[in-house]
Design a binder for this molecule. Structure first.
Ligand SMILES: [Zn+2]
Length: 124
């Protein structure tokens, strides 16, 4: 797992919780899915605002399903790791922390899968 992935997932989860929407458009810098936060586009990986450029948006739209699919794999791998930790854990506080993290991951995974399906549909 690359460094910063957990922070990134946490930011995504927090954003979704506060009503942000994950978009099938991607960041021109890091190719992560962008989020719509109170009318602004944000890359939560770079943790900065992104200004929409029409041509670029159209060019990156085609790569969105692959990026989302890669994100889904990352999230699934992380969920598997946490599941193993959870099976072994007996400390109630740690169990609480693990289940909270799982909740965040599942939230982001659900949104990312929805978008992947959506952007694949648009491709056809
Ligand atoms: Zn970015």
């Amino acid at each position: 797992m690359p460094e910063g992935t957990e922070d990134y997932i946490k930011r995504m989860s927090d954003a979704l919780r506060s009503g942000a929407r994950m978009l099938s458009e991607t960041c021109p810098v890091c190719s992560s899915p962008l989020f719509s936060l109170s009318g602004e586009l944000w890359c939560l990986k770079c943790n900065r605002r992104v200004v929409r450029v029409r041509e670029e948006t159209e060019a990156t739209a085609a790569t969105a399903p692959y990026i989302l699919s890669s994100l889904n794999n990352t999230l699934t791998a992380k969920i598997e790791e946490l599941n193993i930790l959870l099976q072994r854990e007996v400390d109630p506080e740690k169990i609480h922390k693990l289940t909270q993290t799982l909740d965040s991951l599942l939230r982001v995974l659900r949104e990312s899968r929805r978008l992947e399906a959506e952007s694949r549909k648009q491709e056809q």
